[in-house]
Design a protein around this ligand. Sequence first.
Ligand code: FMN
Length: 185
Amino acid sequence: MTRIAIIIGSTRPVRSGEAVAGWVHDLAAKRGDADYELVDLKDYDLPHLDESLPAASGVYEHGHTRAWSERIDSFDGFVFVTPEYNSSTSGVLKNAIDFLYAEWADKAAGFVGYGVDGGVRAAEHLRQMLGRVKVADVPAQVALSLFTDFEEMTLFKPAARHEDAVTMMLDQVVSWSEALRPLRA
Ligand SMILES: Cc1cc2nc3c(=O)[nH]c(=O)nc-3n(C[C@H](O)[C@H](O)[C@H](O)COP(=O)(O)O)c2cc1C
């Protein structure tokens, strides 16, 4: 079965990302077309990039890198759930991406952003950086507004219409993840 990671892009103690990713996971789990797993960066506790060699070498000296590598390598595609911080994605997510290379390559990714303008600038920056590690970014995107999809900008209450956007984004992530399989073989 195709395996898709839903990656929580925030590690703040009080974060909206967990509720947003949980909502995406609940919708995804009903589809039956792939195995969807939540991946929480908090579980990996990665320091600022501390490997001596570039990730493209595939040579990792630290246990935390090997654990992260093994988990990401096990997936065929990704959904990045990203907050917008200062017009970009979170530093912790950028750092986690920088740790690896081949584990991301020739896989598909979709984006769920949240922020005052739906996290669109964060997702755009992610598209740019993921292109560098050979990720195929699907066009469908979910953009959640802090004003209309959260109460008092913190309690997640998504408008019903976003469910269709999630469906479209997941349709594309699954089909592209499967189409790219020969390149990963
Ligand atoms: C350091 C920081 C910078 C932020 N900058 C932006 C921004 O540039 N644009 C925006 O729409 N929201 C911005 N926000 C608001 C966050 O998108 C919002 O608080 C979001 O819920 C944070 O996600 P999290 O709770 O999952 O960490 C910023 C929040 C933080 C903590």
